[in-house]
Design a protein around this ligand. Structure first.
Ligand SMILES: [Zn+2]
Ligand SMILES: [Zn+2]
Length: 275
């Protein structure tokens, strides 16, 4: 399978000359199992979706989208997803059931998305996207999406129920944990990332920013490194970079952990993580 980083920024897009090497688009990964030239599975729908549309070169998106959670940086690209907002697109979008009002009334996936994507916040709601779209609020567990085996596990974060995802296909495996607060409970993230070939993990905060990292429901870089080591991952790819951190500052941050135990890289827009 081939996995491409389309958006590696957290919180809000980061335009400008100081952010070009790493890239300024928010969270989005594209997965193409062997035999598929185009991605059939997208992880998160931040503004990196624009780059997915460009990579499809005029073709519609046909496949599945898995959202880790509903924070803006993970859904902001949806209303502007050119390859998905057209009559010949076919998309199944899945997000964690929220169960917030009561376990019996979790709210439908389209309703949950519509809280931020509907008038007066935006001209259309999710049901206004052209093409064949379905919206599912999902539970933890394993299932097939986009031709890959996916395992969804609830992980600690802040402000809504959040899933991490493990994706397996063609003998390769990836764990995706952009927004994760392992200091609360490292167990679910460890279980998800155990022995994967590549772990893409949020790296917004230095260890010196521990207080604010934990207040926002994230890991520090040292906590991320520890998780990668304990899970025995093949390599660690740092993503979900702070929007204020320049390219040089992100490289300097990455140097605060050992570069080779496991191998660590700064995830940049356009990087091929696997494949
Ligand atoms: Zn985020
Ligand atoms: Zn978040």
């Amino acid at each position: 399978m081939r996995i491409v980083l389309h958006g590696v920024r957290g919180s809000t897009p980061a335009p400008g000359a100081d952010f070009l090497r790493v890239g300024g688009s928010t969270s989005c990964l594209g997965v193409a199992p062997m035999g598929s030239a185009a991605p059939t599975l997208l992880l998160d729908a931040g503004t990196g979706l624009s780059s997915v549309s460009r990579s499809l070169a005029g073709a519609p998106f046909v496949g599945d989208i898995l959202l880790t959670h509903l924070h803006w940086d993970h859904v902001q690209g949806l209303p502007f997803f050119r390859a998905g907002d057209r009559d010949d697109a076919a998309v199944r979008l899945m997000l964690p059931a929220q169960c917030e009002a009561s376990p019996d009334r979790p709210g439908s996936a389209a309703e949950l998305l519509g809280r931020s994507m509907s008038p007066p916040h935006f001209p259309i709601g999710p049901d206004g996207l052209r093409g064949d779209w379905t919206f599912d609020a999902i539970a933890e567990g394993s299932f097939v999406a986009g031709g890959c085996t996916v395992t969804a596990v609830e992980v600690p974060h802040k402000g809504g129920r959040t899933f991490g995802y493990r994706v397996e296909a063609d003998g390769a495996s990836l764990a995706y944990l952009p927004d994760h607060h392992p200091a609360i409970d490292p167990g679910p993230g460890l279980e998800l990332a155990r022995d994967v070939d590549a772990l893409c993990h949020g790296a917004m905060f230095a260890d010196s920013e521990r207080a604010i990292a934990h207040a926002y429901g994230h890991a520090t870089l040292g906590e991320t490194h520890r998780l990668a080591q304990e899970a025995g991952v093949g390599r660690l790819v740092l993503i979900h970079h702070a929007p204020s951190r320049t390219d040089d500052e992100i490289d300097a941050l990455a140097r605060q952990i050992p570069a080779d135990d496991p191998p660590v890289s700064v995830g940049r827009e356009g990087d091929v993580v696997l494949g």
